[in-house]
Design a binder for this molecule. Structure first.
Ligand SMILES: [Zn+2]
Length: 207
């Protein structure tokens, strides 16, 4: 189970790196395992060369590694744990793709990003796929503070979309498994690309 999850994490990481969404050692991925555990990518590793050995077993509620003498978990593991504490996510992806990051850099954080009528909202599994509000969190220097704000928001917002931005930083998405988290990431990145291009979907049907 764990080795299968580790292999899947490494493969997903390498392919997101190849897309240019995990420059250098940035970004981190995790999958939830049974019995209150999660497997997360290790800190400081080149994401284009990640292997199953570059993953760390952590407590899924707080992100603390099971083996204190093993490799360090990503510095942003607390954000993954915040999502696992407050949703039924089975996998979380945090990356810095160009368009979502550009949108995140335009925001100071606090006010959500209102998304309406984008066709790709249908890829997010929303109860109402015609609109959603993507939260934008402040990029506090202390990751636990960001994680606490994310957990508080998700706990209070059961219909929140399966993704969020951190101002000036990047995007986090989640789903039942890595494939779904990645699909949702692709949909949100594509929507952010349209926003950067200045596209506002109109209400009128075309033709
Ligand atoms: Zn980051």
């Amino acid at each position: 189970m764990t080795i299968h999850a580790a292999t899947a994490l490494a493969a997903c990481s390498r392919s997101l790196y190849q897309r240019g969404w995990m420059p250098g050692t940035s970004g981190n991925l995790s999958v939830r395992l049974p019995e209150g555990l999660a497997l997360v990518t290790a800190s400081g590793r080149d994401k284009g060369e990640l292997t199953a050995a570059d993953t760390v077993l952590v407590d899924d509620r707080n992100g603390v590694p099971l083996d204190p003498d093993g490799p360090r978990a990503s510095a942003e593991t607390g954000i993954h744990a915040a999502v696992y504490r407050t949703t039924d996510a089975g996998a979380v992806i945090h990356v810095h793709p160009p368009y979502a990051t550009a949108i995140a850099c335009r925001s100071g954080g606090g006010a959500p990003l209102r998304l309406e009528r984008f066709e790709l909202l249908k890829g997010l599994g929303l109860a109402d796929p015609s609109r959603t509000e993507l939260p934008v969190f402040r990029n506090w220097p202390e990751v636990p503070r960001i994680a606490d704000e994310i957990a508080a928001h998700l706990a209070a917002t059961p219909d929140a979309p399966p993704g969020l931005l951190i101002a000036g930083h990047g995007i986090t998405t989640w789903g039942a498994d890595l494939a779904q988290a990645r699909n949702r990431l692709e949909c949100l990145e594509a929507i952010c690309q349209l926003l950067v291009l200045g596209v506002e979907p109109t209400e009128r049907p075309i033709g």
